[in-house]
Design a protein. Structure first.
Length: 79
């Protein structure tokens, strides 16, 4: 686990004085940590695709038909 970093951006915009371990800011650190984890839990990273789309995408040549060439090496040896 990383140690917390906390800066007073109004009085210390250059972030020279780290208040992350200052006991006077323990309550604020806890509040910010709770907000961060609440936000992380609410993120929606999952999505679904239809069976038709999945089947279509698995067909040979689908990537080339779409014009998407991510991770492909373009050279005469590869055809």
């Amino acid at each position: 686990r990383f140690r917390p970093e906390l800066y007073d951006m109004e009085n210390d915009p250059q972030e020279q004085n780290d208040l992350g371990e200052d006991p006077g800011y323990a309550e604020l650190r806890l509040e910010l940590e709770r907000k961060l984890f609440r936000w992380l839990r609410q993120r929606k990273l999952r999505f679904t695709r239809t069976e038709e789309f999945t089947r279509m995408r698995s067909q040979p040549g689908w990537v080339e038909q779409q014009g998407i060439y991510i991770g492909y090496w373009d050279s005469p040896e590869n055809g």
